[in-house]
Write a new protein. Structure first.
Length: 334
């Protein structure tokens, strides 16, 4: 399964900050009542008058479909306008849009350029995302020491993803000397702040006994937490532990349910594991058609994975079995 994960920061849901403010106001009667959120039409009027904050907020609404019909093209257009008007968070979000092909044609070069603009303008998430570009060589020459420096800058300036990515760089030795204890500290700090990716990563360290004492129970609990939050890798790793009975009770049926969830969330190795169950009729009714679909999904998700060769071999065997079954059925019908 995946060892550690790096994170690309998009933007926090604006409603969360509004809800937090409301909670604070309700707790203190001396504070003035909170203002109602601006309507989309008011935001549009302000944006037309070149108010960067209004353009940014309106872009988020179009991206999320809040009070307006969801429109990623419109969202990204507004994001880029806000960036031009000097909103550095919008520059980082524009980079994210280009990096994901969200409302625009995918372009890692433009993504990196927007991340650099955001970072140079003081946006911590922009620095973290630019670090990822340097790790991967996306739109910039691959440079792991530069990436690590950007992660540290992002972390020092308050980016939770920057701290998490710095921890991953320390654990993996990407641009820095390995330091599992410091990586564990950063992951624990992030997890305590409800960053589920950090919870997943500290779970990996507990599972492998790196920087912390090995504790399978703690690892399983952390994977379960992150899996419940929709982390594909966490679901896959928890499924593998339960499948093997490593530190937790062995339960093949539950493990396969988790592999199913992880596969649907995008974990390629979980698709392979579930496909094998259907191929062999082990814990699932034998179904070569379903197995083929799962093996193909695994390869589509990550054709370069270390287990891709096994997935291709399993796929060839499933095709052969499905073909043989059709031949037998045809002969019976004749």
């Amino acid at each position: 399964m995946i060892v550690l994960t790096l994170a690309v920061a998009s933007m926090a849901h604006p409603v969360r900050s509004q809800e937090a403010a409301a909670a604070t106001q309700e707790a203190d009667p001396d504070l003035p009542p909170k203002e109602a959120p601006a309507s989309a039409s008011n935001l549009a009027t302000r944006c037309e008058g070149n108010d960067a904050g209004s353009c940014f907020e309106l872009s988020n609404r179009y991206r999320e479909g809040r009070d307006v019909a969801r429109d990623l093209v419109r969202a990204t257009d507004l994001t880029m306008k806000a960036c031009k008007l000097g909103n550095m968070a919008s520059c980082s979000m524009a980079g994210f849009a280009y990096g994901q092909g969200q409302g625009v044609a995918l372009s890692v070069d433009r993504a990196a350029a927007y991340y650099a603009q955001a970072c140079h303008g003081g946006n911590a998430n922009g620095c973290s995302n630019l670090g990822l570009a340097y790790i991967r060589g996306d739109g910039v020459a691959k440079d792991e020491p530069r990436a690590a420096a950007l992660f540290r800058e992002a972390c020092d300036n308050g980016s939770a993803d920057g701290c998490m990515n710095l921890g991953a760089a320390l654990s993996l030795g990407k641009g820095l000397r390995r330091d599992q204890k410091e990586a564990a500290r950063l992951f624990r700090q992030g997890c305590d702040g409800d960053d589920e990716k950090s919870c997943y990563n500290i779970g990996v360290l507990y599972r492998d006994g790196q920087g912390v004492s090995r504790d399978y129970g703690q690892a399983a609990a952390l994977f379960d937490r992150s899996c419940s939050a929709g982390d594909a890798s966490a679901c896959g790793n928890l499924a593998m532990m339960i499948h093997q009975g490593r530190g937790v009770a062995k339960d093949r049926s539950y493990a396969l349910d988790l592999f199913d969830k992880a596969c649907s969330l995008g974990d390629p190795e979980s698709c392979l594991m579930l496909g094998r169950a259907y191929q062999k009729g082990s814990g699932r009714d034998r179904d070569n058609v379903r197995a083929i679909a799962l093996f193909e999904r695994s390869l589509k998700l990550d054709p370069q994975a270390s287990f891709a060769g096994k997935a291709r071999k399993a796929l060839a065997n499933a095709y052969a079995a499905a073909t043989a079954s059709k031949v037998i059925d045809s002969s019976k019908a004749a």
